[in-house]
Design a protein around this ligand. Structure first.
Ligand code: FRU
Length: 483
């Protein structure tokens, strides 16, 4: 085994040795009640999302025995209802010549009752020193198939760096399929040799042969690399989600180390496509590499990585043996020029007793729980603040329309993020033991962040003497895990 490869047998042996460590991880009070987390080690991007034979399969980048996320395999959980879950064995291992330094991110495609997983095989040459950007790295487009989502076929390497256009650096990865007008396209994220982030689009002749269609990017360079592209049509609009790296900060915008957002795409793939301006998908600290899929109810569901690569601070769960989580599933819709994210309806089954508050008592409204869903509907805007943890506040300034999330020590290095809203109508907070997902105006603006409360829990309190509105909240029950 080299430092970054891992066969199934090596995984199984190490997992046995890790049983005790996983027991320790389970006891951490910062473990989340209704989110997907690694049972030990590191998790990043959601991968291969699909609903197949009535089962939702959620795979994810997983580094089970290493808190820094160095070895990348595909972890796996399943559910039928997003409330009861099963932890499955990992399915995909970095164990062949084409993915020896990581079974990187990829996606699922269902065809003729079979699953096709396209992913990136990462290889780093070690015979001499390389920059690993322009040389010394292979990004191979790989395929594995499956009849059930658990057992995968042998791996096939479909495209290698020399198959991508000459202008590309060695960073070309994260395949995702796009279907339009009966044709299927493969979309890859990339970095050109002149450090321009872009996507590559290939027409698929069949499920294993491609012809290069185009390189799509912005007229002016917008970051040096775009990761995890996801191109889809939704409610009459074509949308490209991508994660650009290297975008300079502009006042309040682009404050995270890397960005995640979407371009509205004009035109038609059979003719010309153009990217319009980039809009942030989530204004919080911990949101990256989301992936979408369409389920049997025809919902476009998004799940993101509730984390971020190369963060300039340490997550305090590391010393407790684990790091990162996935967001709750969110259903996407598009209207009025914006993408909206709505927590998936199935989560309502986790709700406990309903509580509601009157407008007159708004100034001292408290929620004692830490794991809850709460919606505040605003009838008359005013400046206010909501304390959500000892040292975490959300604030709204009615004059500037600025909504901000302020984290003190409980942010563990996270500070302030904000967005300017057209108006404030509704705030829905999904609070878990160590995370917050805040949906504003029915999901037009979202703030996702991890939060690590160090002292006893401070109840939520809403303070704004001129504010008028109502509040409804439910304690949330945890996900059920079956073996
Ligand atoms: C995004 C990403 C992908 C890559 C994967 C590796 O977070 O860097 O581009 O495929 O993670 O884990």
């Amino acid at each position: 085994m080299n430092a970054l490869s891992m066969t199934k047998a090596e995984y199984e042996q190490k997992a046995r040795q890790f049983a005790k460590e996983r027991e320790r991880v389970k006891k951490d009070p910062w473990r989340l009640a209704y989110h997907i987390m690694p049972d030990s080690g590191w998790l990043n991007d959601p991968n291969g999302l699909c609903q197949f034979h009535d089962i939702y399969h959620i795979y994810y980048q997983y580094s089970p025995f290493d808190i820094e996320g160095k070895v990348k395999l595909w972890g796996h959980v399943t559910t039928k209802d997003f409330c009861t879950w099963k932890q499955e064995e990992p399915v995909l291992f970095p164990d062949c010549r084409y993915d020896l330094r990581g079974a990187y991110s990829g996606s699922a495609y269902i065809h003729n009752d079979q699953l096709y997983f396209y992913y990136t095989g990462n290889v780093k040459l070690t015979d001499r020193a390389y920059d690993y950007i322009y040389e010394g790295r292979e990004h191979n487009t790989m395929l594995v198939t499956s009849k059930d989502g658990y057992l995968l076929s042998d791996k096939k390497c479909l495209m290698r760096n020399e198959d991508y256009p000459d202008c590309m650096s060695k960073h070309v990865r994260d395949p995702k399929l796009y279907e339009h007008n009966g044709k299927t396209y493969l979309v890859l994220g990339g970095r050109t040799k002149s450090d321009q982030g872009c996507v590559l689009i290939y027409q698929m002749k069949d499920l294993i042969h491609f012809s290069f269609d185009r390189l799509l990017t912005t007229p002016q360079t917008f970051g040096y690399m775009w990761e995890c592209p996801d191109l889809f049509d939704l409610d009459g609009q074509t949308i490209l989600i991508a994660c650009p790296q290297g975008v300079p900060q502009e006042a309040d915008r682009y404050q995270n180390v890397y960005q995640c957002g979407y371009f509205l795409v004009s035109g038609d793939i059979e003719h010309s496509l153009e990217l319009e301006s980039f809009q942030t998908l989530d204004y919080g600290f911990d949101f990256y590499a989301p992936q979408t899929f369409v389920d049997q109810q025809n919902r476009r569901i998004l799940i993101g990585w509730m984390g971020m690569p190369d963060i300039p601070y340490d997550n305090p769960t590391c010393e407790r043996g684990w790091q990162h989580a996935l967001t709750i599933p969110r259903v996407l819709s598009y209207h009025d020029g914006m993408l909206y994210q709505t927590p998936i309806a199935e989560l309502k089954a986790l709700r406990g007793e309903k509580h509601s508050g009157s407008v007159a008592r708004f100034n001292d409204y408290h929620i004692l729980e830490r794991v809850y869903e709460c919606t505040i509907t605003i009838e008359q805007e005013a400046s206010f603040s909501i304390q959500v943890r000892n040292e975490v506040y959300m604030k709204y300034d009615v004059d500037t329309k600025r909504f901000s999330l302020h984290m003190g020590a409980d942010g563990s290095g996270r500070t302030v993020r904000s967005a300017i809203l057209p108006s404030l109508e509704r705030i829905t907070i999904y609070s878990d033991t160590s995370s917050l997902e805040v949906f504003i105006n029915d999901g037009a603006y979202v703030f996702t962040t991890r939060v690590y409360e160090k002292q006893a829990h401070t109840p939520l309190s809403i303070n704004g003497k001129d504010l008028q509105g109502s509040v409804v909240w439910y304690k949330m029950n945890p996900y059920q895990w079956k073996s």
